[in-house]
Write a protein that binds this ligand. Structure first.
Ligand SMILES: [Zn+2]
Length: 405
């Protein structure tokens, strides 16, 4: 139960109940489509007449369409309802430190167009470039009505100012991405941290999340992000900065992180860490890699190390094992502290999950003794969770639970 916040509440109007029922029906159609009105009434517990009124409204607003006629033994043959996935276009943008993907999705979060561009070091130039690409994309499909733009960022956005305030791996200073992008495109823009976007994607589109109320997404890339959904609610904290487990200290007096702290979890368990482990082995035969985070300009990328590990290259296997060990260290902390139902690991590292998952589970068994029952699953990279999360961000406006009281 949630306490009613007397500084920030919304009283229920006669529209509130209607809005809630409408969202329930819309979600039932989304998850059970094609579905008849009779089945909608059965699943929702609403009166047939109420279901009829709501579905008529949804059909008039083009959220839902009527499809094939069903077969029944006797009585009137029902017409099946399904989501009108072509009704709206949603623009998803996944910004990573090196490159950005821009995509157009339909209501089913199915991507109908995608393009990539390098991420500029200059955010102002970058937002202009993004804006003009979005305009070209929407002009080419002018028949679609656009709902909005969702953006996934390797950083945190201040909830009050909507400015990007913490993005050590992107190298941008505090920056307002929302206002110029809205001005250029004329569409509403929703910004979200990449790990939060992934957590939303798992909840809305994932395979492991039916009936799950507590889920943590751990994104492993240039850094490490965590997105927390606890009691079905995304945890942002009052400033939007909650979830930065990647920048908690796991090694005292360890390697300096881009955030300014030393020994952060992401310095030891990210893709960047595995590359460093690989090169520190080859450079000095096991020399302590504590001296510097940037020992030398690595020629191999993390993808190459994953490929080599799959070919049983001993140095690559050792580097991945060390990274997996530290992933386990942080994940054990999350399990002990928050006991989520599921932890979903997202990133290129899931390509060697047989190796990585075994190491992570061993570390968790050693370190987390609370008997929390948490499943640890690799994400399916084909669903592009960072990008799908941006679609969920925009869809939440229509499909999410309304906040009242
Ligand atoms: Zn840090």
């Amino acid at each position: 139960m949630r306490k009613i916040d007397l500084t920030d509440f919304q009283v229920a109007t006669s529209e509130t109940a209607r809005d809630i029922n409408r969202r329930i029906v819309l979600n039932l159609i989304r998850s059970h489509q094609p579905i008849s009105r009779a089945d909608l009434a059965r699943h929702s517990g609403l009166q047939r007449s109420t279901v009829s009124v709501i579905t008529e409204q949804l059909i008039n607003e083009r959220w839902v369409t009527e499809g094939a006629i069903g077969h029944v033994v006797r009585g009137r043959r029902p017409r099946f309802l399904h989501l009108n996935k072509e009704r709206a276009g949603i623009i998803g943008i996944n910004i990573r430190p090196t490159h950005t993907v821009l995509a157009l999705a339909d209501l089913d979060a199915h991507f109908v167009a995608q393009q990539a561009l390098p991420t500029s070091r200059d955010p102002e130039q970058f937002v202009t470039e993004l804006g003009s690409r979005i305009r070209n994309m929407t002009r080419m499909r002018s028949e679609v009505s656009y709902e909005g733009i969702g953006v996934s960022l390797p950083g945190r956005v201040d909830l009050g100012s909507q400015r990007l305030v913490f993005a050590p791996n992107l190298g941008w200073k505090q920056f307002d991405l929302k206002t110029p992008l809205e001005q250029i495109t004329g569409l509403p823009v929703e910004l979200e941290n990449a790990a939060n976007a992934c957590a939303l994607a798992e909840v809305w589109f994932g395979r492991h999340t039916e009936g799950v109320s507590n889920l943590i997404a751990v994104t492993v890339s240039e850094g490490i992000g965590t997105g927390l959904i606890l009691n079905q609610q995304l945890v942002r904290g009052s400033t939007g900065l909650a979830g930065e487990f990647g920048h908690t200290t796991v090694v005292d007096d360890g390697i300096e992180c881009r955030c300014g702290n030393r020994g952060c979890w992401e310095v030891y368990a990210s893709n960047t860490a595995a590359v460093r482990y690989y090169y520190s082995q080859s450079a000095s035969n096991g020399r302590n890699d504590k001296s510097s985070a940037k020992v030398m300009g690595p020629e191999l990328a993390f993808d190459d190390i994953v490929r080599l590990a799959k070919q049983n290259d001993p140095k690559a296997v050792e580097s991945i094992n060390k990274m997996a060990h530290y992933l386990g260290v942080g994940i054990a902390l999350l399990i002990t502290g928050l006991a989520p139902d599921v932890i979903v690991v997202i990133g290129e590292v899931t390509r060697v999950w047989d190796q990585v998952g075994a190491v992570i589970n061993r570390v968790i068994q050693e370190r987390s003794r609370t008997h929390a029952v948490t499943r640890i699953v690799p994400t399916d990279p084909s669903i592009q969770p960072r990008l799908q999360g941006t679609i969920a961000l925009v869809l939440q406006k229509h499909f999410g639970a309304p906040s009242v009281a």
